[in-house]
Design a protein around this ligand. Structure first.
Ligand SMILES: Cc1ncc(COP(=O)(O)O)c(C=O)c1O
Length: 394
């Protein structure tokens, strides 16, 4: 099986990686990403928005955006207008939504670039009306109702007024209400009572909007977990983030629903040092681990400066030479130590899989070891780590 390897050492504008890709890299399997999207599309049966915010959850926004379109993603989703403009600058022309911005941000550029923008309250609607006037375009707006997450979105008490204002602005041609949407709090916990409550509020909010004459092209509520488990929450579009990258929204959730996902990112490195230590020796800052026997340590050249959580100290594991071995001592800024075991024959330069699709630890395993979520494990992998993009192959 031959694979084409594309090196991309600068995943973010103006920032470049700072590690030789031979020494450590995050390998991003774009073919696996595309396969996930095809399977997701088959599973949900409605158009999908692939969420590429935060550098596509650490995988690299521009390459993931391109492959998502090739795989048939009808929509892309970014958090910020700046991210969305970068997607446009890379040549993307399809439906694209962004939803998080401050009161003084320039919305003229996204409106002029045909980027759909969310509005959560009346001031944002005014910001968008002004931007539309300035660039002589109709702003495509997605009105957000807060159905119970208590994060962004109009609360139900303010929804009627927001709909009325939006209907007025639509009449003038300044905006078009292209979408109405919301976001779940606990869709990754199937059966949680908040899910049904939020669905009810969303349905009520849609009825209010309709009474005000709003006819959105797309109504969208579901993130990965809801899209996978709740057919009635799919509406016209589902917003797929974590599942696209092959990570379960919660352990086993997709698999139990009959959806097979392949982790897209493999974080790997080569051992930079191997050394023998004696029973009683302390390891790394603070000596938080004391060897209970003579053993062999390996040095992995990645640290919290690269997004390796300090919480992985003495808890997470990695794969070396087909064996799973533990991190010992505190994770440092640039490196961490692993216990290769007494008599280990590992050599400097041996390959270490920090996490990947398996065999060996996955991002989900790391999340459990660090008391966090798989989302954070991949998203926090920093710019210093070069991304190797793989396409082709099986
Ligand atoms: C508004 C919104 N929609 C959709 C998503 C995608 O969620 P998930 O990664 O769980 O699919 C996110 C991500 O946090 C989000 O903030």
């Amino acid at each position: 099986m031959t694979r084409e390897l594309i090196m991309d050492e600068s995943i973010m504008d103006g920032l470049t990686s700072g590690i030789d890709p031979d020494t450590a890299s995050a390998d991003v399997d774009l073919a696996a990403f595309a396969r996930n999207l095809h399977r997701i599309r088959d599973h949900v049966g409605v158009p999908i928005m692939v969420v590429v915010k935060a550098e596509a959850y650490g995988h690299g926004m521009i390459n993931c955006a391109r492959v998502a379109r090739e795989a048939g993603a009808e929509w892309l989703g970014a958090a910020t207008p700046t991210e969305a403009l970068r997607v446009r600058a890379a040549g993307d022309q399809g439906p694209l939504l962004c939803w998080l911005y401050g009161p003084d941000e320039d919305l003229e550029a996204p409106v002029a670039a045909d980027i759909d923008v969310a509005a959560h309250h009346a001031d944002q609607l005014s910001q968008l009306v002004a931007a539309a006037g300035a660039v002589q375009r109709t702003a495509r707006v997605h009105l957000k109702i807060d159905t119970g997450l208590s994060r962004n979105g109009a609360s139900y008490a303010d929804w009627e007024t927001l709909c009325a204002l939006a209907a007025e602005a639509e009449e003038t041609g300044a905006i078009r209400v292209a979408g109405i949407w919301s976001h779940f709090a606990s869709a990754d916990e199937p059966g949680d009572p908040s899910i049904a409550r939020q669905q009810k509020v969303f349905a009520d909010a849609l009825a209010v909007a309709e009474r005000h004459g709003l006819r959105p092209d797309v109504r969208h509520l579901a993130n990965s977990a809801a899209a996978i488990t709740l057919p009635e929450a799919r509406y016209d579009l589902v917003r797929m983030g974590i599942a696209s990258y092959g990570i379960e929204p919660a352990p086993g959730l997709a698999r139990d629903a009959g959806l097979e996902l392949e982790p897209v990112m493999t974080l790997r490195a080569r051992l930079a040092a191997v050394k023998r230590i004696a029973k009683g020796d302390g390891v790394s800052y603070g000596h938080t681990w004391i060897a209970d026997r003579d053993t062999v340590l390996g040095l992995v050249p990645l640290g919290y400066g690269d997004g390796i959580p300090v919480h992985a100290s003495n808890s997470a594991e990695v794969l070396v030479g087909g064996r799973t071995v533990p991190i010992r001592g505190r994770v440092c800024m640039d490196q961490f130590m692993i216990d290769l075991g007494p008599g280990a024959s590992a050599q400097v330069g041996d390959e270490v899989v920090v996490f990947g699709p398996g065999p060996g630890p996955t991002a989900q395993d790391w999340a459990l070891a660090c008391g966090t979520i798989g989302y954070e494990i991949v998203t926090r992998i920093g710019v210093r780590v070069p991304r190797n993009y793989r396409r082709g192959g099986a």
